[in-house]
Design a protein around this ligand. Structure first.
Ligand SMILES: [Mg+2]
Length: 230
């Protein structure tokens, strides 16, 4: 990839292993709230939460619901699917603890530090994330990632979420770089890749589970591949 001067990364599911960290937190909360006495299967609980959470995040990205609704609603909804009579109250309590504890987890994707070390010697690196500001900085600090990045832009500061063009344009303006000299790296085809492509940025789709074979964007399955491309 030529002409690249600045690199923009997504954080969740790209550097910070959201799924692993989330499951670790949920598993702890499942035990602490003795949910095994009320829900027959922890794996089923985790899988249901992932499905419900995905639906809530899609609505949040589309601007249909606010973050407060995401935080408690996804748990209330999950517990309702298991017909718990106190789903509303319990969902709120679990939701609050999840938000406090989740971001302190530190599981990263393989090769994050060596890749970022290599790239930060050559380019300024930045983050563009749809995550909430107060939690994203806890994740970055806890995982010792803060040192690699100049700009950390959380979409809520812009008022719209990726894939809205204003998010990418704001980040590039802050970095004083043109789209043609920028590359966006992220795991979400719609939010990261198509969004960035529309404003003229270069793009690299991070696809650790090989789910996106055969699309026309540049795809990597391991972050270490970036050291060959960039
Ligand atoms: Mg992501």
């Amino acid at each position: 990839m030529t002409n690249v001067q600045h690199i923009f990364f997504d954080l969740d599911h790209t550097l910070w292993d959201f799924e692993k960290n989330s499951n670790e937190t949920l598993s702890e909360l499942f035990d602490e709230f003795r949910l095994e006495e009320r829900i027959d299967n922890k794996d089923k609980f985790l899988a249901t939460y992932q499905t419900v959470n995905g639906i809530y995040w899609k609505k949040y990205r589309d601007g249909v619901i606010d973050k407060k609704t995401v935080r408690s609603g996804r748990f209330t909804d999950t517990l309702r699917r298991f017909r718990l009579h106190d789903a509303e109250d319990l969902g709120k309590r679990i939701g609050d603890l999840y938000i406090q504890r989740g971001p302190t987890k530190t599981n990263l994707f393989p090769h994050v530090h060596e890749t970022l070390q290599y790239l930060s010697d050559k380019y300024p690196l930045h983050i563009i994330t749809n995550g909430f500001k107060e939690v994203q900085f806890i994740k970055l600090g806890g995982s010792n990632l803060e040192k690699y990045f100049d700009i950390v832009l959380c979409s809520e500061e812009v008022g719209v979420n990726k894939p809205h063009r204003k998010v990418f344009e704001t980040a590039m303006k802050m970095a004083s770089v043109d789209p043609a000299n920028s590359v966006m790296i992220g795991d979400n085809l719609e939010a990261d890749i198509i969004g960035a492509d529309k404003v003229g940025m270069n793009t690299i789709l991070f696809d650790p589970k090989s789910e996106y074979d055969g699309n026309h964007f540049t795809v990597i399955n391991s972050l270490l591949e970036l050291t060959k491309i960039l």
